[in-house]
Design a protein around this ligand. Structure first.
Ligand code: HEM
Length: 129
């Protein structure tokens, strides 16, 4: 039987947990991105990104329930996102995706996740490059 969603096809919540955990472990240590994130709420930030990705790819709609409409451009307006920050975000996320073995995240699905992240990231640039 075909999986009902990308979310299911790549292992559901457990895989998204790993993607965001791997990403945030690097963000915490990052000189450029680290200071932008709320030092007192790393766990919350991790959850919000996970809810968003899970919802987008067909999993539980927790993001909408807890956060409402994504409005990502508006929610990122306070953070200085120039080309460097954009590149760094994608670099750290790419590292995290690379850490998930192919049996769990086959290349075609990885490419779908990656394409979406790239499209969102470029849309969030809000400072001159
Ligand atoms: C382009 C570089 C990016 C930077 C520098 C950046 C930075 C941030 C920061 C500092 C936060 C606040 C953390 C929090 O308290 O939740 C945040 C939130 C968030 N980001 Fe990004 N982000 C970037 C790209 C992205 C991309 C590509 C996505 C989606 C694929 C994304 C999705 C989110 C979501 C869903 C939230 C939580 C929104 C909320 O519920 O308030 N971000 N981001």
């Amino acid at each position: 039987m075909q999986p009902a969603s990308v979310y299911e096809a790549i292992g559901g919540m457990e895989t998204f947990d790993r993607i965001v955990a791997g990403f945030y472990a690097q963000v915490r240590e990052d000189d450029l991105l680290g200071p932008m994130y709320p030092a007192e709420d790393w766990e919350g930030a991790e959850q919000r990104l996970k809810w968003f990705l899970v919802q987008y790819w067909g999993g539980p709609q927790t993001f909408s329930e807890r956060r409402g409409h994504p409005r990502l451009r508006m929610r990122h307006a306070e953070f200085p996102i120039d080309l460097r920050a954009h590149d760094r975000w994608l670099e750290l996320m790419s590292n995290s995706l690379e850490d998930i073995e192919e049996e769990t995240l086959p290349p075609a699905y990885r490419a779908m996740l990656w394409d979406h992240m790239q499209r969102v990231a470029v849309m969030l640039i809000n400072r001159p490059v």
